[in-house]
Ligand binder design. Structure first.
Ligand code: PXP
Length: 249
């Protein structure tokens, strides 16, 4: 199965917003990502608009020719925005005002009826709906029951453990993610993975045969400072493809 790369351009907007103007432009970054081999663009419109703004979503919808994966919290405001734009994909994520980034997975099992109602109109509008969750079976099974097409497994904890040198704990977390990917696939869910992925950790996830998409942002935008956005993405693509072909023989 091919492995798609979704490039998250939120942090181009973070840099832009640090000075309040219009530079650097997230759309320009998205077009560069497209030229460098990204299969999709991911953008998270947070409730507090700390990075991506409403006008960025409009510009991305109009300007890119690869699919947009619109990340959003399960709120009425975001649902209305998604229904207006009808992006290729909607990824529902948990959101807390005080967090620096999306810290954990969505509690689909604990909010099943509301989330089923929440995603139904998005599905009817033609968006491929994914739930950003941890690897536990309860969350995966609830995502399947509510009719999500995709689960995106939260890879952040594994990536943190690797960065901290906690190899034993990291191996256990990776095994749980691998099991989660297999379980989701068995239930007919498409499996994606994302959060905190870098050159050091990408191979681990690219080698899960069930994973068909990785969404990567912060590392790539940071690496772009040193080698430019196009080359940073090309290197990630190369590593993904190499790991995938290694498992496919
Ligand atoms: N996937 C989801 C659902 C996310 O919320 C994020 C962060 O916005 C990412 C992937 C990308 O994470 P990172 O920026 O750490 O690569």
């Amino acid at each position: 199965m091919t492995l798609r790369l979704g490039v998250n351009i939120d942090h181009v907007a973070t840099v832009r917003n640090a000075r309040g103007g219009s530079w650097p432009d997230p759309l320009r970054a998205a077009l560069l990502a497209e030229a460098a081999g990204a299969d999709g663009i991911t953008a998270h419109l947070r409730e507090d608009r700390r990075h991506i703004r409403d006008a960025d979503i409009e510009a991305l919808m109009a300007g890119i020719s690869i699919p947009l994966n619109f990340e959003m919290a399960a709120t009425a405001e975001m649902q209305a925005i998604a229904l207006r734009h009808k992006p290729h994909a909607v990824c529902v994520v948990p959101e807390k005002r005080e967090e620096r980034t999306t810290e954990g997975g969505l509690d689909v099992a604990g909010d099943e009826a509301r989330l089923a109602d929440f995603i139904a109109p998005l599905r009817e509008a033609g968006s491929r709906v994914s739930m950003f969750i941890g690897h536990d079976a309860a969350q995966i099974e609830a995502s399947a029951r509510i009719g999500a097409a995709v689960v995106e497994l939260h890879t952040g904890h594994y990536c943190e453990l690797i960065a901290e040198g906690c190899e034993v704990e990291a191996a256990a977390e990776l095994a749980a993610l691998r099991e989660g990917a297999a379980h989701a696939h068995q239930l007919g869910l498409e499996v994606h993975a994302g959060h905190g992925i870098s050159y050091d950790t990408v191979a681990a996830f690219a080698s899960f045969p069930q994973v068909v998409e990785l969404n990567i942002g912060h590392f790539l935008i940071g690496e772009a400072i040193f080698r430019g956005l196009g080359p940073a993405i090309e290197e990630m693509r190369h590593r993904m493809d190499a790991s995938r072909s290694a498992i496919e023989g």
